[in-house]
Ligand binder design. Structure first.
Ligand code: NDP
Length: 331
């Protein structure tokens, strides 16, 4: 396992990490979640990602139990939570139970600490921007949680470059601790924001990134190609039709067919190939994996060795197949 600095911070994260969205407390049994975390930790993974909204808090409860039972030294791993959606989601939460007000940010932190059974969160993310709360209030709230020792680093998820810079400006103005990292979606099929919009932030403020959905929720594994319709998978879960419609498109499947051929020529499976591609980007601090089966996680770790097979020539071939190179402004 290789470790990368989270942006300009001194925190080193394993380049592959493990997330719990839709799996822990929901799609998979707790003993599988436990096995996944142990496989990951034994491989050198030191970052486990979570959020208040995942399985309505249940995901944090499951992870907390596993961490307690494993009894790993607290200084050997990093655990996160995210605040914004509330426990019941935006629609069912009361106004004070969601968003990025000082009240909800503080209470969500306290609740996550309890569910995860830890004394502090290493990373605490604002899961989305909140149009109803002045950015000053959120930056102050995060700064205060850091000074109280309840969180160590704070960051954002799916914020725009402008919103992230605004948070930095506020932090500069009041001498507060600025956000360290952003959690954006990044994979072969979803690139523009990460590669173009954020470009200046890597250089100018040393932003770190914990990227999500490296397999576009499993589509990039190739298992939906060739007319296959697996039902025991994420995109067969009731209520996730929106995700299925967005990701399983004829254009994506056609690209994946060609990518798969290229991967096979290199003796790589499609998921390993797609994850290795994410790792090739130096602005990625860690690729967060998701898995519903232990065999998937074991397979996906091969992406570490696979990186060396993605030579500049192979990367060019990939670029041609993807045909989605983000366009940079020409000035
Ligand atoms: P992926 O895009 O990698 O999807 C993971 C899913 O793909 C697995 O649960 C599994 O689903 C399938 N899969 C994984 N490996 C394989 C394989 N080798 N072969 C076949 N299928 C495979 O990542 P996630 O979408 O799970 O994102 C990773 C983490 O990022 C999340 O757990 C969460 O912590 C975070 N995240 C953050 C978000 C945010 O807004 N900040 C949003 C989304 C995620 P199945 O077997 O059911 O098909």
């Amino acid at each position: 396992m290789e470790y990368r600095r989270l942006g300009k911070s001194g925190l080193q994260l394993s380049e592959l990490s493990l997330g719990s969205w839709l799996t822990f407390g929901k799609q998979i049994e707790n003993d599988i979640a436990e096995e996944l975390m142990h496989i990951a930790y034994d491989q050198g993974v030191n970052f486990f990602d979570n959020a208040e909204i995942y399985a309505n808090g249940e995901s944090e409860i499951v992870m907390g139990e596993i961490l307690k039972k494993a009894n790993w030294s607290r200084d050997s791993y990093v655990v996160s939570s995210k605040v914004f959606f509330g426990i019941q989601g935006l629609v069912d939460s009361k106004p004070t139970q969601k968003g990025l007000s000082r009240k909800h940010v503080t209470e969500a932190c306290h609740q996550a600490l309890k569910r995860l059974q830890v004394e502090y969160l290493d990373l605490f993310f604002c899961h989305r921007p909140d149009k109803e709360t002045p950015i000053e209030e959120t930056v102050w709230a995060m700064h205060n949680l850091i000074t109280q020792g309840k969180i160590l680093y704070w960051g954002t998820s799916e914020w725009s470059a402008q919103e992230i810079m605004e948070a930095h400006m506020v932090a500069r103005q009041y001498n507060l601790i600025p956000p360290t990292m952003e959690q954006p979606q990044y994979n072969m099929l979803h690139r523009d924001k990460f590669e173009v919009e954020f470009d200046q932030l890597y250089k100018n403020v040393g932003m770190g990134t914990t990227i999500w959905s490296p397999l576009a929720s499993g589509v990039l594994s190739g298992k939906y190609n060739g007319g296959a319709k697996p039902t025991d998978t994420r995109l067969g879960i009731e209520g996730l039709e929106w995700l299925k419609d967005k990701t399983i498109t004829s254009e994506n499947l056609a690209r994946i067919d060609q990518l798969n051929e290229l991967a096979q020529g290199l003796n790589l499976s499609m998921p390993v190939f797609a994850i290795a591609w994410c790792l090739k980007n130096p602005n990625v601090s860690t690729v967060m994996l998701g898995a519903s089966k232990t065999s998937q996680l074991v397979e996906n770790f091969s992406a570490i060795e696979a990186k060396s097979k993605l030579t500049p020539t192979v990367m060019e071939e990939i670029e041609k197949i993807l045909n989605n190179t983000p366009i940079r402004p020409n000035f």
